[in-house]
Ligand binder design. Structure first.
Ligand code: NAD
Ligand code: SER
Length: 318
């Protein structure tokens, strides 16, 4: 059976991806890892403390469990990265090299997943239905590191045969864990405020359209791409992926269908400039044609699902 290591597993994506991988491959074949000491981590999964910058510890865990697939999720995201660009660059690039080199040198590691982002695009990029191949010119250190990372993934595939796969996620929206410092985080926070019957202060303007995706779609896409036959994976930098595109006003209207008294106020901050530099919507025809990608959730279906399940989750924690 395939043995899997997830790096950065306690974050917004990792929390749900680990559950999805356990369903697909079996609980005992998925090793979760992150910075926190094991004693501070709760959950029904095998867990190891790992700083991905510690190459020796990374190699020893890969050998201990005879790992075949690595999902390398650890990164500093867009808004947090702008507060300390050098740190974001060092972590985002250094960690990717540690993982790619390990895959090049250790035979039983035969597949790598590393996420990219819509942050690879910038103000010069066509905003509507942004194509797979187009002008990029990102303006954040996060976007610059993701674009460079994509090129290195392609390089390791072409020069060393490393089977590395990647998706340019849109903003990810889930209710099972909190986001870690991105520009799209408002679209998670808004649901928590709606359920607390609090007015929501939005750090983006009401007309700021961005590509987004509900977490179950993102987890399914990730596992589908990793299970695809190698010959079907034709893009070795990173695939455009699309599901929903909306503005803060549209998500507010969607929530109001279920919570009619909900209120919002718009107070754009430094994240507005980042959002303005990213596409409004994405053309993901390469992912659809190459490995059969198809999203399931639209905005209202996602809103209904989150409000229902988040309420249950919050009640269970009281
Ligand atoms: P997150 O910030 O919620 O989680 C990142 C995790 O990495 C955290 O648990 C953190 O503790 C861990 N980490 C940080 N430094 C580490 C280190 N040195 N060693 C080991 N672990 C470390 O991020 P996320 O939203 O879960 O994103 C996961 C990946 O998906 C990232 O690569 C991100 O760029 C990408 N992505 C996310 C989104 C999104 O909307 N969430 C969109 C596009 C791409
Ligand atoms: N959601 C991420 C961010 O806002 C995009 O990669 O940083």
């Amino acid at each position: 059976m395939t043995k899997i290591l997830v790096i950065g597993s306690l974050g917004q994506l990792g929390t749900e991806l680990v559950m999805g991988l356990q369903e697909e491959y079996g609980r005992d074949n998925v090793i979760a890892s992150d910075l926190k000491p094991s004693a501070e981590v709760d959950g029904d999964f095998i867990y190891e403390q790992l700083d991905v910058m510690d190459k020796d510890r990374l190699i020893s865990l890969v050998e201990k469990y005879r790992i075949n697939h690595i999902y390398h999720l650890a990164a500093i995201l867009s808004a947090k990265g702008e507060k300390d660009p050098q740190w974001a660059w060092d972590l985002n690039m250094g960690s990717l090299f540690n993982v790619l080199d390990l895959a090049k040198n250790i035979d039983h590691v035969n597949r790598i997943y590393w996420p990219s982002s819509i942050a690879v695009f910038g103000p010069d990029t066509p905003k509507i239905n942004t194509p797979q191949l187009t002008v990029t010119n990102p303006t954040t250190v996060y976007g610059i590191s993701k674009l460079a990372g994509e090129q290195w993934c392609q390089y390791y595939f072409e020069k060393y045969g490393v089977d590395v796969r990647s998706i340019r996620y849109p903003g990810l929206i889930g209710y099972k864990s909190l986001p870690g410092g991105g520009t799209t985080d408002y679209a998670v926070d808004i649901y928590y405020k709606a359920l607390a019957d609090e007015k929501f202060e939005c750090f983006l303007d009401k007309d700021s359209a961005l590509p987004m995706m509900y977490m179950p779609d993102a987890v399914r896409a990730t596992i589908e791409l990793m299970k695809a036959e190698p010959s079907r994976v034709k893009v070795r930098s990173s695939y455009n992926l699309s599901a929903i595109s909306f503005t803060p006003e549209k998500i507010f209207e969607s929530i109001k269908k279920f919570k009619p008294d909900f209120e919002i106020e718009y107070k754009p901050d430094f994240r507005q400039e980042i959002a303005d530099s990213w596409p409004d919507s994405i053309d993901d025809s390469c992912a659809r044609n190459d490995w059969g990608w198809k999203p399931e959730f639209d905005l209202d279906r996602m809103t209904e699902d989150i409000l229902k399940n988040l309420e249950i989750l919050l009640e269970s924690k009281k």
